[in-house]
Design a protein around this ligand. Structure first.
Ligand SMILES: [Zn+2]
Ligand SMILES: [Zn+2]
Length: 220
């Protein structure tokens, strides 16, 4: 797989399913591709190695990397990463406001750079292509993390008028879902009331409402 194709995902692929948060789906796809790439083809790319040596990985991405098949790749990468830490960051020199290798991640960096570009494309398409606008408004929901990301991006990228329209539209979708989720969590609590003990089986939406609420809040 070429490097360029790892970092771009057709926007329609994440919006077409109309199921769950499309930006979570985009993040998951970018994440999987990056992790596979780091453990595969990237091993042969000295410039990628320079970056993985420099930034390392966060706990979440290390745990995805460690279950990949290629143990030799991982060993080689860890070896040079440890060497680099030893050479350049040992003892650690903490400068105010500067990220240290203890809290940077190559995969996180790559995902956020790709997402940034893709979010810009989404905002541009929203006002250029009415069928895409319709598709965005047919989404089940945006998780709160990505709702925040979209609102922030819209307020810097779009003009005042467009930004107001876009934010109003996605707020409507997100709030509608939040309220239905809130009702499901409420029904879940009601199951603990003895007066409701013989109410027939709850729907899956209610049964999994706590997990769904956490996923809505965290984007995971
Ligand atoms: Zn999301
Ligand atoms: Zn990470």
């Amino acid at each position: 797989m070429l490097k360029d194709t790892i970092y771009t995902i057709p926007i329609s692929d994440v919006f077409e399913p109309r199921c769950g948060c499309p930006i979570c789906l985009m993040r998951d796809m970018l994440e999987n591709r990056n992790v596979e790439y780091v453990m595969g083809a990237a091993m042969m790319e000295p410039d990628i190695r320079v970056q993985t040596n420099k930034y390392g990985f966060c706990t979440e991405h290390f745990s995805m990397i460690v279950v990949q098949k290629n143990r030799l790749s991982l060993a080689l990468m860890l070896e040079t990463h440890l060497d680099e830490l030893n050479k350049k960051h040992f003892p650690l020199n903490v400068k105010k406001g500067e990220a240290t290798p203890a809290n940077t991640c190559y995969v996180c960096n790559e995902i956020s750079a790709s997402m940034d570009k893709m979010l810009e494309t989404i905002l541009t398409l929203y006002f250029a292509d009415s069928s895409f606008k319709k598709l965005v408004n047919e989404q089940e929901f945006f998780c709160y993390q990505h709702y925040e990301l979209l609102v922030k991006k819209a307020s810097v990228k779009l003009n005042k008028k467009q930004s107001a329209i876009f934010i109003k539209d996605i707020t409507e979708i997100t709030r509608k879902y939040l309220l239905s989720l809130r009702d499901d969590v409420h029904s879940f609590s009601k199951m603990f009331d003895y007066r409701n003990a013989n109410i027939a089986e709850k729907s899956d939406d209610v049964k999994f409402s706590l997990e769904r609420a956490i996923s809505f809040l965290t984007g995971r």
